[in-house]
Design a protein around this ligand. Sequence first.
Ligand SMILES: NC(=O)c1ccc[n+]([C@@H]2O[C@H](COP(=O)([O-])OP(=O)(O)OC[C@H]3O[C@@H](n4cnc5c(N)ncnc54)[C@H](OP(=O)(O)O)[C@@H]3O)[C@@H](O)[C@H]2O)c1
Length: 396
Amino acid sequence: MSTKYFLPDSDLFGKRFLAAGPAWGYALGGAPNPSEFNQGSRGRSLVKPVPVSIEMKAILTIEQLEELLSEPAKPVVESMRRLAGDIILLGVGGKIGPSLARMARRASDLAGVARRVIGVSRFSDSNEEDRLRAHGIETFRCDLLDEAAVARLPMVPNVIYLAGLKFGSTDQAAGTWAMNAYLPGVVCRKYRSSRIVAFSTGAVYGLTTVAGGGSRETDSPQPVGEYAMSCLGRERMFEYFSRAWNIPTVLIRLFYACELRYGVLVDLARKIVAGEPIDLAMGYFNIIWQGDNNAMTLLAFEQVTSPPFVINVTGPEILSVREVSETMGRLLGKRPLFRGTELETSCLGRASKAHKLFGLPRVSAGQLMEWVADWVKRGGENLGKPTHFEVRDGRY
Ligand SMILES: NC(=O)c1ccc[n+]([C@@H]2O[C@H](COP(=O)([O-])OP(=O)(O)OC[C@H]3O[C@@H](n4cnc5c(N)ncnc54)[C@H](OP(=O)(O)O)[C@@H]3O)[C@@H](O)[C@H]2O)c1
């Protein structure tokens, strides 16, 4: 493939380009050999594992995809062995929660740690609850905005906070603020004796110049629109309660998790196949394979502090919408159509702090493009949840 990417630290216009391909990373560690770890846990999976490898040229089935998304690398298994106590995931029923819960389950089993992994959601998709249970994850149905129901949730020492509202946030501004900025206070009150790893979003920074290589954790947030502003509210509430009650916390500013059923690459591939023009105004983006995001999230429990430890999570490449679309067009056998031109700013993050702490992602953007193009070409399942990454005015 001829597509090139550049690293945030590199000269934007050409000195240190990074070729596509599966050469990146493995710093997060290879897959563990199950015989190296004790088996056994409180919530055993009833699902037979399917054989997979991160080096596969194509992912052919949902079972293979879910196996890869939840495969814990060795450092994750070791970290889950060091971590004391059960884990609860609040808002488990969305795009990230299921594979993250499964990785926590698998890593704990491989580490020989008897641990409950508990998923909480309303389970708008009730099949998701069944799937989680089959994988040894306990579930609780709960509307987190119902404080009496939150009071009944089990007390556990480790909380992963995923709940949020993005799409429809412009039309439901009050509900968006309740979910994104009020709920963290409810959760901190309940889990004031726990560690909390909470998802935030790169959207809190606002747009940044492409030449600058992406927003850093030390940049001051400039959120645009109700969603991004309410997410900064979420961060501020976690920070307030972390300081007030000494709650060890991590805030993860995530820039676009991607797998084969959703993500920026899926959005681009589907537009190419449908012959829809791709808007170039938001000309650059970062992504991370969701399996790598899952690994970094679990590793983040070792970084919790009060006040919160803030960290960007995404891949090392800044990707050009035009170049990625052209590459994917070649893989899909169809020329992409474009509209407009690249502007100077995009929503971009620099995640070198995460890469130093947790290692580089195991899956490169190049490999992910090949997987996504192949999946979309074969008509693989799609979640029907476009990212709307092209939105520049913060209205979702
Ligand atoms: N995915 C990404 O690329 C990305 C990028 C940046 C930031 N993030 C952040 O990371 C977090 C997780 O991402 P995600 O993509 O998994 O989000 P998601 O798909 O929106 O999942 C969050 C889940 O939380 C549950 N939830 C919402 N309101 C709830 C309530 N009142 N009570 C109980 N559960 C509730 C929903 O499941 P039920 O309907 O079953 O309740 C929802 O599916 C989000 O907060 C988002 O802001 C994600």
